[in-house]
Design a protein around this ligand. Sequence first.
Ligand SMILES: C[S@@+](CC[C@H](N)C(=O)[O-])C[C@H]1O[C@@H](n2cnc3c(N)ncnc32)[C@H](O)[C@@H]1O
Length: 267
Amino acid sequence: MNKIRKLIGGLGLLFKNPSLINLITDSEFYWKNYLNKYQNNLLQLQTVDISKLIENPSELNHYAFLGGGSLPTDIILLKSLSKKIPKCSYFEIGTWRGESVINVSETAKECFTLNLSEEDILAEGLPQKYADLHGILSKERKNITHLFGNTLTYDFGALGKKFDLIFIDGNHKYEFVKNDTEKVFSHLVHKESVVVWHDYASNPEKVRFDVLAGILDGLPKEKHANLYHVSNSLCAIYYPEELESKSIDFPIQPNKLFTVKIQAKEI
Ligand SMILES: C[S@@+](CC[C@H](N)C(=O)[O-])C[C@H]1O[C@@H](n2cnc3c(N)ncnc32)[C@H](O)[C@@H]1O
């Protein structure tokens, strides 16, 4: 009886405010169902151990510990990958304060970072102060080029360039992840390129089904076998060679500990 009353109440609310349907279509339940139906029940990627991909020890010199950025391990992953590639050319979707790109610029030869323009950000009703903070950490760096545009309409082909390492970290809604993945794989990759997606997981042990669906639907099917989750991070990775990996049962019993030393300096 209680459930029926809830259902009738819910339908009444939905009728008065149809946009409430987004609560269902953005829900974990919806995307889990979607993956069950369209991706053969694939709810997580094989995991590759982060120690196989990062330099040990490694450090970050520009980390703000603020909102909207990446985990230290995510950025260490990018920095280490770019260090391994001679004269690495890095492309990023999603600049925000410039934290990921400023760190990678220490090990890559050249970096390009694309973000919505100030006008686009203000047009979304977001505050001027938020718009002004974009690129605050990266804009003075010589080997970083800041590009502006919306990935839905941006002409990636006009760049006329391929990149060794690409980080997809813009809007994390399904449509954008799918769009960004398709565009990156149509215009920016060469045979050896490595692609990293942020927010594949909301914490290192919890997959975001909407983002996973966007990655799988945007990536050509024959490349799915080269997709992995990177342990201890929020990242998924496309690696052009096969990597040793395993299926993980969450929650995890830790098999390694990291040393974290923090030193803050005023800027
Ligand atoms: C999560 S933040 C990026 C964080 C950054 N990579 C880091 O780790 O420091 C996402 C950024 O993507 C930008 N963005 C969102 N949708 C976009 C789109 N469609 N095209 C380009 N940039 C977008 C936002 O303005 C925001 O600055």
